[in-house]
Design a protein around this ligand. Structure first.
Ligand code: HEC
Length: 139
């Protein structure tokens, strides 16, 4: 009886912690990196020995790459469309990739002109993080 109520207290605390983390993460995005929310009743008990997953949502980054029109100018291979193919861009550091998106005129890739829109500077911070995270996966 005592052990069981202790388990319930720990479980409730763990769930509350998850809510606080979710609230801090803000926005409507799921902070746990999945796109389909898992109903709480079916969710396995949180494993408190593991840190909560954080970092960019790669799947969202890939979606944004298509939805924002990046893919109309950039292939993820090495072929040129309007802009350079982005195969291998993952080898560049995240800062370079981020600047290439938010301030494309600052550093122009050899052989190209400054025609990439600068409007991506207005992207939501989390979407920008996710895009950079996705581009980091292109080897
Ligand atoms: C209208 C076409 C166009 C669109 C849309 C566009 N880009 Fe570009 N992009 C270019 C061109 C042209 C260059 C090369 C000139 C330069 O460096 O600014 C470039 C350069 C880049 C680079 C640097 C590549 C390298 O090899 O160093 C990255 C990264 C990049 N774009 C990402 C993006 C992402 C992410 C998006 C969508 C949010 C996007 N681009 C949308 C045309 C475009």
């Amino acid at each position: 009886m005592f052990k069981r109520s202790r388990f319930i207290v720990v479980f409730v605390l763990a769930v509350l912690t998850m809510f606080v983390i979710a609230a801090c993460a803000g926005e409507s995005e799921n902070p746990f990196g999945t796109t389909t929310p898992v109903p709480a009743a079916d969710a396995p008990a949180p494993d408190t020995s593991e840190p909560v997953a954080s970092g960019p949502n790669i799947a969202n980054g890939e979606r944004k790459f298509a939805n924002l029109g990046c893919s109309s100018c950039h292939s993820t291979g090495s072929n040129k469309i309007v802009g350079p193919g982005l195969a291998g861009i993952g080898a560049r550091d995240a800062e370079y990739i981020r600047n290439a998106i938010t301030d494309p005129g600052a550093e122009i890739v050899d052989g190209y002109t400054n025609i990439m829109p600068s409007t991506f500077a207005n992207l939501k911070a989390s979407d920008l993080d996710d895009l950079v995270g996705y581009l980091k996966t292109l080897n």
